[in-house]
Write a protein that binds this ligand. Structure first.
Ligand code: NAG
Ligand code: NAG
Length: 186
């Protein structure tokens, strides 16, 4: 079975509730590293955030991180209404995008359970808890932990489209360009 087929089975198992989406919050892998190229806010609902800045920063030669600043006009609640939809498109040399997999996760659960190593956001600035009350926030020089990414993802170039939604209404869309690079086996 190839990787795409394996992921289709995984997604089908989640959609049919054969395995709990909770399990998805505990990714662990140590076979590849992620190289982050570019992050871009494609859309933000002006009724939700007045201002949303997300960028790559490179405090020194070996360290690549992200910084974020935003002014929330609405609380991000800790419930199932606030979802993040994550779509992984594999990029080919002929620039055709190919949707490899997608899933939805709760925003607060993702931060709390450190899914994708996102938990670091909570110690990088003044977003310290979830739910997040409306207000001005920043998170500086945070990294995502490669070891908390999904296992068995095929190596290559990806565009990750991250859509924050409340009750199916799109609040923000962010795209992140990455390379998945497998470590050499000894
Ligand atoms: C690079 O910067 C990060 C974050 O400030 C720091 O943790 C790390 O030790 C630095 N590495 C070097 C080689 O200076
Ligand atoms: C977060 O920090 C910024 C910059 O210091 C400050 O303006 C803002 O009020 C802080 N937000 C909260 C909710 O404490």
């Amino acid at each position: 079975m190839n990787f795409k087929a394996a992921y289709m089975v995984l997604i089908w198992l989640i959609q049919t509730n054969s395995i709990s989406a909770e399990n998805l919050l505990y990714f662990e892998q140590n076979d590849y590293v992620v190289k982050y190229h570019h992050i871009h806010v494609d859309f933000s609902d002006p009724g939700f955030v007045e201002f949303f800045e997300l960028k790559n920063v490179k405090p020194n030669r070996t360290y690549k991180a992200f910084s974020a600043r935003f002014h929330l006009l609405t609380d991000i609640e800790d419930n199932k209404n606030f979802k993040t939809n994550v779509k992984a498109f594999r990029l080919r040399t002929n620039s055709v995008e190919h949707l490899l997999f997608q899933f939805n996760i709760d925003v607060c659960q993702c931060l709390r359970k450190n899914t994708f190593g996102m938990g670091q956001v909570l110690s990088a600035g003044n977003i310290t808890t979830c739910p997040i009350k409306k207000g001005y926030y920043y998170a500086k020089n945070f990294i995502m932990d490669d070891r908390r990414m999904p296992p068995h993802v095929p190596g290559g170039n990806y565009k990750i489209l991250i859509t924050l939604m409340k009750d199916k209404i799109t609040l923000t869309i962010t795209s992140l360009y990455i390379d998945v690079i497998y470590k050499l086996k000894h």
